[in-house]
Ligand binder design. Structure first.
Ligand SMILES: [Zn+2]
Length: 443
């Protein structure tokens, strides 16, 4: 019981509360108390009502879950949403995305695009996201102002990128940003070597040394397509994951994004090293990249998180929808209807994401002592009736339009579907202006 002499800042009284840890539990008639941004009480409603609280919110028909964790994306690319669709990965990247980035991406683009992505993600029940994009200091600043939580991955490629003339400059900026933000309560800085085919051994070794020194995470696109693996084998005689293992990059701090190609040796490497995988099913489907064998990884004990990827390849930042896709796809890929059940799908979108980002001690489940990063879903609509299992309803029958409230570190950032710190009309007008400029050049 929390100290009764000290009132709670906020007491939430939902119809259902799914803590995610312990797994598979649905609590009815329970309350959740928050003080100083942290969860300090979870218990039966009768006990909750005996506590002093500055604010009490009755949430009838609502399900409380840990805030969703979007473990991979490129936030500012929200401004490229729908610019080039229905193309294979390399054509899409080389003929459309890279030229558009060279033409348009500057500090203003990243500022406006990141704000748009933050707003969309909050409206979708996401409380924490991983970003990998240019001008990471600007993205970090936007996250700071928004009240949201994020991992900012410093993009590193062997060639010049917007904001950095070469990899050394990018790494130098990354270390500076890491040091400036190392005590920030909601921001963490990681290294983001783009992919095995855009970063050579020399720069990967530098990243490994820096990550070891700073105890920083590394996020990287790995084995996104069969072509990527085949080409690496033809050119180097080595699969990309084996190369990363040889360079000493595998480990619990590495987040491998996509992993649609997994041999028995690859699986053994992931398991032995405790490396996380970030599954991006809709990006993989849209670019026809392949299928990540989620159930196989899960059964082997690999931590699998989920991400939307950027809005240019998805085209939304809807992690709830992504999770539904993942749950359905996992069954098709495994040929087994019991694969990735609804409760495990929710765990993938919350606690596994937190674990991949190294934040599991702080977020990812509703437990006393963790930060109050919470999403309230309204399950009172006709499309959710009747409610036998609210988690089944959430994963298989609910869209992100049912997200009602979102708290990060106990602060309400979405209140009755309204953003509390960002102006929706301003964001829409700014995005439309970018759309007109970019669209005019691409017609
Ligand atoms: Zn990506």
């Amino acid at each position: 019981m929390p100290n009764a002499a000290q009132p709670l800042d906020l007491l939430l009284l939902p119809s259902w509360l799914v803590p995610v840890e312990p797994a598979g539990v649905v609590l009815k008639e329970h309350g959740l108390g928050i003080r100083d941004g942290n969860i300090v009480f979870i218990g039966p409603r009768t006990e909750a009502l005996a506590l002093q609280a500055t604010e009490i919110r009755e949430l009838p028909g609502m399900l409380l879950t840990p805030g969703l964790v979007n473990a991979h994306g490129h936030a500012a690319m929200a401004l490229f949403r729908g610019l080039a669709d229905d193309l294979p990965l390399m054509t899409w990247l080389k003929d459309h995305i890279w030229p558009a980035e060279a033409r348009w991406v500057d500090e203003d683009f990243v500022r406006d695009g990141t704000d748009l992505a933050i707003a969309e993600q909050l409206q979708g029940g996401i409380t924490c996201f991983s970003d990998m994009y240019f001008y990471p200091r600007i993205a970090a600043e936007r996250v700071h102002h928004s009240g949201m939580r994020a991992q900012i991955s410093i993009p590193v490629l062997d060639f010049p990128i917007p904001g950095a003339r070469n990899a050394d400059e990018a790494l130098h900026q990354g270390v500076e940003l890491f040091n400036d933000l190392k005590h920030h309560p909601r921001l963490s800085i990681a290294f983001g070597p783009h992919a095995p085919y855009t970063v050579g051994d020399e720069n990967l070794e530098k990243i490994r040394v820096l990550a070891d020194e700073l105890d920083a995470a590394i996020q990287m696109h790995v084995h996104e397509t069969a072509d990527e693996v085949a080409q690496a084998v033809a050119e180097r005689g080595e699969r990309p994951l084996a190369r990363l293992a040889r360079l000493g990059l595998l480990g619990p701090r590495l987040q491998t994004v996509h992993m649609t190609q997994i041999s028995d040796d690859d699986l053994a490497l992931l398991v032995e090293s405790n490396t996380s995988v970030v599954h991006c099913p809709e990006s993989n489907l849209k670019l026809a990249s392949g299928f990540c064998p989620v159930e196989r990884l899960w059964q082997a004990g690999v931590n699998v998180a989920i991400g939307t990827d950027g809005a240019a390849s998805n085209n939304d930042l809807d992690l709830l929808g992504e999770t539904r896709t993942a749950a359905l796809l996992a069954k098709a890929v495994a040929g087994n209807a019991t694969a990735l059940d609804a409760h495990r799908a929710l765990r993938m979108a919350t606690l596994n994401g937190a674990r991949a980002l190294g934040l599991e001690a702080c977020i990812g489940s509703l437990e006393v002592g963790k930060a109050a990063d919470i999403t309230a879903f309204d399950l009172s609509g006709l499309a959710q009736q009747p409610v036998y299992d609210p988690v089944s309803q959430l994963i298989y029958a609910t869209g992100r339009d049912c997200v009602k409230h979102v708290w990060v570190a106990g602060k309400i950032l979405l209140d009755n579907r309204q953003l509390t710190r960002l102006d929706e009309q301003d964001l829409a007008a700014t995005a439309a202006r970018w759309g007109q400029r970019i669209g005019a050049r691409h017609e």
